[in-house]
Write a protein that binds this ligand. Sequence first.
Ligand code: SF4
Length: 363
Amino acid sequence: MSIAERRATRAVRAGTVTIGGGKPVVVQGMAKAPAWDGPAVLAQVERMAARGCELCRLAVPDERSLEAFAWVAKRSPLPLVADIHFQHRLALGAIAAGAAKLRINPGNIGGPEALAEVAREAIAAAVPIRVGVNLGSLEADLASSLGHTAAAMAESALRQVRVLEQLGVEGIVVSAKASDVPRTLDAYREISGRTEWPLHLGVTEAGPGLAGAVKGTLGIGLLLAQGIGDTIRVSLTGEPECEIDVAYDILAGLGLRRRGPELIACPTCGRCSFDVAGAARTVAGYLAGMHDPLVVAVMGCAVNGPGEARRADVGLAGAAGGRAVLFSGGRIVRTVSSEEAVPELIKEIERLRQGGISEVSDR
Ligand code: SF4
């Protein structure tokens, strides 16, 4: 099975976004500002939207946060997911305020009657529900009978799905997140074989920085590579827009989705004929925030350089005498000095952009 082949799932609509049903994997984010601070939350939502976030989760822990949620929902550029625990009235309020999706745990929302009321309102408003199982909050009976295992997480998720199905909920998304990769993988694989509802992938509490990004990439990427997963959220301790960047890097790395330019740069070695690391940093900064589907290569020598630079839309390949060959559209443009390399590359990119770039390079 190739990576591009996705496991068949039902399509679930959340506002303007469709999750599953063969649609591209949806990138989700989560606001981290205090839930009661509407303007701060909205600013984060807008920053995530600018980076390509498609669906954004907001915590709604109390009445004050619900007011903020309603305020943000009126202004948000993205459909919003209301994350609610313990108080079913908050879930009802979030639906009324325009939530595109709810994330609840049917086991802690206030009992069967409260859950039935939430389900009724969600059905009436065509708001789907994500069953979000987290290893840290497993039901006590499953934790004691199966332990804190992937099997217990899968059982918890499927049990909650059955409850919602019995209540007639027509849009369900399932997640089962642990803070370690092996249990996350096993839980999702088990769930994937036992339900047709779309799956929301993530490794929870993955931590900060590079280590968190690697953990999230492994958990999400390995599942996506098996055709499992319809929407993803990378969990990082840090600015919310970084989660969006990593999510797109995972999707681009697997060839599932691309947003904006791709920079191919060699790792550098003793053969480099110019400052490739510095050039790559400058070019990466220049490309940041650009939306054109452009492939740019910065390569240090004549070994792999010409091949990569030729395949890219625009590229540099190191040449003898501290010089670099500039390629564009698969052809050599000219040989430039190391000082000219980056400015000439950028000039060539600008020239291409003015002419319009509509397709990803596939030379
Ligand atoms: S492209 Fe050339 S300079 Fe860059 S790492 Fe490979 S061999 Fe070294």
